[in-house]
Each structure stands twice: as structure tokens, then as C-alpha cells.
Write a protein that binds this ligand. Sequence first.
Ligand code: AMP
Length: 224
Amino acid sequence: MSRTIILLGPPGVGKGTQGVRLADALGWERIVTGDLLRAARRQGSELGQRARRYMDAGELVPDEVVVGLVEEKVSRVPDETGIIFDGFPRTVAQAQALDGVLAEHDREVERIVLLEAPDEVLVKRLAGRRSCPECGAVYNVHFGPPEEEGTCDRCGHDLVHREDDRPETVRRRLDVYREETEPLVEFYDESPCEVVRVDGDRPVDEVQEAVRSAVAGDGGSGSP
Ligand code: AMP
């Protein structure tokens, strides 16, 4: 059975940065619901228009919308390729739906890598965050700028400062995370799959090393 892992954690903790590197290193596929929704918005599809008002307010898009996107995406991943979920699931209902979707493809969630960092760190990171709308790479003007300002190192596309990275919306997104998504930690703690906690408040390379050990199954919290 091919491997399937979930990167879980609050907005700004580094799921995107770490997920891109991990996927590049392992040759796995990333399924990132935030990116799928932003692409739907750019294409002006009905689904994208429906998602817009939730996203701009920092609220969650309804479960059936994101589950539909994930279902479609999973069915395109070759059987032998590993999958990293980033930003999904975000509610217990989504986690339950995911089990069903994966079972249809002879997969199951194997491990949760939970990235953690204090709120003040998250708020600061989101304020400086710049993202590539094309390939999903993430930079930070303070902590990890691109080689050429405003341009993606990986694909050369112009970088953007996301609308929902504004301070008011960031605070709402953190509240939504605590209310709706954090209960997933308990959900998965009580399930057969392993939850590995990784301290995300460290330099990107150190976190990546811990994430890789977590995925490889040889520890990886990096905490003393
Ligand atoms: P992200 O890029 O993961 O921070 O997602 C940006 C926004 O997209 C979120 O604030 C939500 O409005 C929406 N979104 C992304 N993933 C999900 C999900 N799994 N469930 C509901 N809404 C989502």
C-alpha cells in the first residue's frame, strides 16, 4: 500500500514550506486544499465563487466542497505514489470523509505530522509571507526571502501576499483552527495512526529534518 501522511498545524506554522520540500525529496504528490480552492477562484468556476466569501473571511469552506475536490485529486494520483495532505482535513467530518475516499483507492492515513508554534510566531510569519500562486512555494520576506524579490525561485512566477494573511483575518483563522481543526489531534490520537509532534518554531532546515524523520518513522519531534 502506498504511503499517505497528513501535515497538520495552524496557519503560518510552515506546512506549505515543509510540504513542498518533503514532496520534492520523496517524489510524492501534495494535495493542498487551500491551493485547489485558490485555483478554482482564479478560474472563476462556480465552486471558486462559492468558496470566495468563506476564504476572505477566514472561515472554513463547507466540508462537501473540499471533500469533492480531494476526491477528484486523489483519484488522479498513481497507486504507487505517496500522498502528503496539507490543509486537509480541517474538521472531524472531513477526516471521516477522507477515510472513505482513501479506502476506495486502497490507502489509509498512516501518520500525522503535527507542526506546532506559538501564536505570536504564526502572526509574524503570516504578515511577511509571500506565496507562489503557480507552484505553491512559500517564502518569507524576513526569514526566507526568494533570491530575486517578488519572484518564485522554483518556477519564476510572481509572488503574492495573500489577501487572507491580513492581521484581522489571520486572527480569525487562528480561532477557527483552535475551534474546528485542533479537535482532530484528539481524533487521530485515538485512532490507529500515529501523531508525531514537531516543533515548527525553528529554522526551516531543522524543521525539515525533523519532518523527514517523522515520516521515516525514526522519531522526529526534535524536542529534547
Ligand atoms: P490555507 O491556504 O490552507 O490557509 O487555506 C486558505 C483558506 O481556504 C482557509 O482559510 C479556508 O477558507 C479555505 N480552506 C482550505 N482548506 C480547507 C479545508 N480543508 N476545509 C475548509 N476550508 C478550507
